[in-house]
Design a protein around this ligand. Sequence first.
Ligand code: CP
Ligand code: NVA
Length: 333
Amino acid sequence: MFQGRSFLKEVDYNKNELLYLIDFAIHLKKLKKQHIPHKYLQDKNIALIFEKTSTRTRAAFTTAAVDLGAHPEFLGPNDIQLGKKESITDTAKVLGSMFDGIEFRGFKQSDVETLAKASDVPVWNGLTDDWHPTQMLADFMTIKEHFGTLDKLTLAYVGDGRNNVANSLLVTAAILGVDVTIVAPESLQPPHAIQQLARKYAMKTQSKITIRSDINGVENADIIYTDVWVSMGEEAQTENRIKLLRPYQVNKTLTDKILNKDFIFMHCLPSFHDLNTEIMKEIKWKYNIDELEVTDEVFQSKNAVVFEQAENRMHTIKAVMAATLGNLFVPKI
Ligand code: CP
Ligand code: NVA
């Protein structure tokens, strides 16, 4: 049922398909830990196009492809002509004739859609300005591993509610039937069209969607999630974002409001809790702020599952590639 399909945004797959991929990833994780081979992509070639930088997504696609028996080829912004000397359509036709699958991380969602249309091979969205679908599989896998279920859980996302991760969390939670609260200042709340889309799915799954600007909205959360205040490509917004989002920092005062003391803290990473990175030092000096979207105290706390989440990027990306491109039957699990 997955063979030959792309994964460009969460709504491309229905609830059962997303749940299947999460369970398949949990199965593949067990195989990996037990050193049991799982070469579903033997002799396939995978192109990895990155217009924006990446640690997790690039590493996850690369290691997942190798574990599956495929050959990954990294094509960075300075390596290929894409969008500069050659159209997306022409590049897609060329790559589609040589590679069996293509990962794309970039700016415009329309570019990854064009790539999929013109290449004739499965294309996987490794993040655009609008969506981050492979991140969602890892996030909900991590939640399922932690709580043993996705039922009766509430996820509260705090911070920039208008970025790719916020869009994806809102819509994916609605598809999967998880209650979701977005806590963000009014000007950074999810666009109307995304809210409408999420509400359409929420009607089917009975998921409860709440959008609010008051940080007391985190009280009923089982999962507290945040992302950077300035996404890739938005660097010119830094000053304004810090001004708007200071009250939305995930710190001890905020997490103390959560009634479920066994809540988990999630972040897709990279995160600005570390004062020693080069960019953070500059921000600290320029804007007189020590930590941004999350404090080191919360990031290092026992509630944080951020590195499990990061590892699960690989297992879930493996599941997507094996299911859509696998040269074996995808197992019943
Ligand atoms: N979470 C995530 O996509 O990380 P990278 O930007 O490092 O790939
Ligand atoms: N919202 C962030 C996510 C990084 C994984 C960005 O787009 O930069």
